[in-house]
Design a protein around this ligand. Structure first.
Ligand code: FAD
Length: 371
């Protein structure tokens, strides 16, 4: 049983089904592409490194080659790395495509079916009606995992809160950039962003989670839209959908597994504490979890707790960077330091996995782009 039909759960179920395991995916929503809470940007490493994405239809993605990083005073630098790019996605379409692949491989997808609890049995769990009995359960049910709580596994404790507006049909003047905004007042602990997506423009922000919750997020979003107005003005424009959700940023939960049960994706805290990107790790470790569980169930390997969980990333450096950003973020610092060498190093690590080239003037950019 895999709980959750999003990136981690679908990748895991696909691997299990391909290995010949009878697998059911329980999803509480009516459809894996409904009510999403993610921008859905994929980094190049995902496309190259996660084999199940081979064959992703071109109509579901839009390539973005560079990052324009704005200081709080809106001064900006352009960042790109040779051969590196991001993909904005039609995320509901990508999830439906992944779900179709899992079903074609033999997985059973049961939508409108929530996991509610589990009783341990000899050699598995009883999940109650309508799910019944399972030999192994994978919790891929997101940041506030119910599987983790029901089985006494670790739960996420540190979060960013994210919100995003979608403006279908809108067009940015500079669509080749992922526009990222630093501003401690509006986005403490993280950034705002604006990207030309597949069907329009997506504008969003994430910030440290505080008690005031929804009202505070709404007011921060209004502040970001006002700030962006000189670059692209979306105030007063109809919002097609709002994507909002929690982003775990405290690293891996503990414990991640018990006999015949493990967590993957956001449920496991498998999200970069710095970039808050979790799709890559959800897909990559979802697939690997599926392979490990299939090997275990077929008697080809030992308990996945020992054989597999050690491969999860620990995010040590990224947790340190998050601590620094949480405690020492300063708008004055970013206004002054944006174009300096240490910032190039930091931005390179964050956006391009150390392959960054920083370009400031159009002339430098033309030189860089020349063959
Ligand atoms: C605003 C925002 C923007 C983001 N943008 C990006 C981005 O651009 N790039 C990136 O890499 N990461 C991004 N992230 C993070 C990324 O979305 C997550 O890391 C990723 O979705 C994790 O996938 P997952 O499969 O682990 O969990 P989720 O995507 O959270 O999916 C969990 C699934 O489980 C289902 N579920 C939950 N409870 C139950 C239950 N009891 N029974 C049955 N089903 C259940 C849910 O309905 C859902 O389908 C963003 C996050 C937010 C909040």
């Amino acid at each position: 049983m895999v709980v959750g039909a999003s990136f981690a759960g679908l990748a895991c179920a696909l691997a299990l089904a391909r290995a010949g395991v009878r697998v059911t995916i329980a999803e509480k929503k009516t459809d894996p592409g409904a009510k999403l809470h993610t921008t859905g940007i994929l980094v190049r490493d995902v496309v190259d490194g996660v084999p199940i994405l081979q064959g992703l239809p071109a109509s579901l993605v839009r390539r973005v080659d560079a990052v324009r990083l704005y200081a709080p005073n809106l001064r900006s630098v352009d960042l790109r790395a040779p051969g590196y790019y991001f993909l904005a996605t039609d995320t509901p379409g990508v999830l439906r495509w992944l779900a179709d692949r899992a079903v074609q491989a033999g997985a059973e997808l049961r939508c409108d079916t929530a996991f509610r609890g589990a009783q341990p049995l000899a050699g598995g769990y009883d999940l109650g009606a309508p799910l019944g009995r399972t030999d192994f359960i994978v919790g891929a049910d997101g940041p506030a995992s119910r599987v983790a709580k029901a089985l006494g596994l670790g739960t996420n404790r540190q979060f960013l809160a994210g919100i995003e507006h979608e403006y279908p049909g809108a067009q940015l003047g500079e669509p080749g950039f992922l526009h990222c905004f630093i501003d401690r007042r509006l986005m403490p602990g993280y950034i705002g962003w604006m990207v030309q997506g597949v069907h329009g423009v997506q504008v969003g922000l994430a910030r440290r989670l505080r008690a005031q919750g929804a009202a505070e997020m709404k007011s921060a979003m209004a502040g970001l839209l006002a700030k962006l107005a000189p670059i692209a003005d979306f105030r007063g424009r109809a919002v097609a959908s709002v994507r909002a959700g929690l982003i775990p940023c405290g690293g891996l939960v503990r414990p991640l597994a018990r006999a015949r049960a493990l967590l993957v994706g956001d449920a496991a805290g498998l999200v970069s504490p710095v970039t808050a990107g979790g799709i890559h790790t959800a897909l990559a470790h979802g697939l690997a979890a599926g392979d490990a569980v299939a090997d275990f169930l077929a008697g080809r390997s030992g308990d996945p707790r020992r054989e597999f969980i050690d491969t999860y990333p620990r995010f040590r450096v990224k947790r340190l960077l998050r601590f620094a950003f949480d405690h020492f973020q300063s708008d004055t610092f970013f206004n002054l330091a944006l174009a300096t060498e240490p910032m190039r190093w930091a931005a390179g690590r964050i956006y391009f996995h150390q392959r960054a080239v920083m370009l400031e003037s159009p002339a430098e950019q033309r030189r860089f782009e020349a063959p």
